[in-house]
Ligand binder design. Structure first.
Ligand code: NAP
Length: 241
């Protein structure tokens, strides 16, 4: 039976790098996309041309129906062994300027979406008594970020959720861990000016911002580690030290 990996938000950025790394590790990998179908399909075609196995699948993690459809699709491909909850959005601004609708939207994607994907994926994993769940949080969820309170709170929620689920699913042989990336070079950070980027680099002991591949390495480690659960693996070049 095929070993299947699902990565949400795999059309670009961190998710694309994680999904590519998982496909190269031999998982039949489901590249989930929301808006950028062509980008996900292009990555899948590239990997297929190299002999790796991957498929693109639409899933808006804001939709419970989409999530149920995604996990059912993945379970039909084989045994769903690894799930990476990567899809996420950011929202910045002073607390006074953030509307309840914005709070709801960020939490519905970053926190509720992650929880629902875990709920659906855990069903098959519990039955097989094996599985790896990797949730992408953020260093801002650990440390807090000015003018990013809603984003930071949603990412802190992912951490609390991960720790609880690790306890709940441990007896079923399932590990649940978080990665807390630092500043990674993706579209999400394109709002930073050159000066702000330089300042972030200066504050990073390793003297650079991260690449999506840095997070992919960490995800591959957690996918293989059988005795690591309930951990928050910070991958930030030392920024939060
Ligand atoms: P990105 O370049 O903005 O890409 C976001 C990804 O999430 C895209 O693939 C997008 O899919 C998907 N997505 C957005 N809304 C979605 C929805 N409703 N349903 C399903 N997929 C959705 O972001 P990134 O920098 O790679 O970030 C990936 C994750 O890492 C996020 O959870 C983010 O919070 C976290 N993170 C990033 C950084 C960083 O510095 N970049 C740092 C810490 C944590 P489509 O394009 O197909 O719509």
């Amino acid at each position: 039976m095929d070993r299947v990996c699902v990565v949400t938000g795999a059309s670009r950025g961190i998710g694309a790098a994680v999904a590519e790394a998982m496909a190269r590790k031999g998982y039949l990998t489901v590249f989930c996309y929301d808006q950028h179908q062509e980008s996900a399909e292009k990555l899948v075609r590239k990997l297929e041309a190299e002999g790796f196995r991957a498929v693109a699948f639409h899933c808006d993690v804001g939709s419970e129906e989409d999530i149920i459809g995604l996990i059912s699709y993945a379970e039909n491909l084989g045994a769903l062994e690894v799930v990476v909850n990567n899809a996420g959005i950011s929202e910045s601004g002073m607390l006074q300027d953030i509307t309840p609708a914005q709070w709801h939207h960020v939490f519905s994607i970053n926190a509720r979406g992650t929880a629902l994907v875990c709920r659906e994926a855990a069903k098959g994993m519990i039955a097989r008594k094996s599985g790896r769940i990797i949730n992408i949080s953020s260093m801002w969820g650990v440390r807090g970020a000015s003018c990013e309170s809603v984003y930071s709170a949603s990412k802190a929620a992912v951490i609390g959720f991960t720790l609880s689920l690790a306890k709940e699913l441990g007896p079923s042989g399932i590990t649940v861990n978080c990665i807390a990336p630092g500043v990674i070079d993706t579209d999400m950070n394109k709002g930073y000016s050159h000066e702000e980027m330089d300042e972030l680099i200066r504050e990073t002991p390793l003297g650079r911002i991260g690449l999506p591949e840095d997070i992919a390495h960490a995800a591959c480690f957690l996918a293989e580690a059988s005795f690591v659960t309930g951990q928050v693996l910070t991958v930030d070049g030392g920024f939060t030290l």
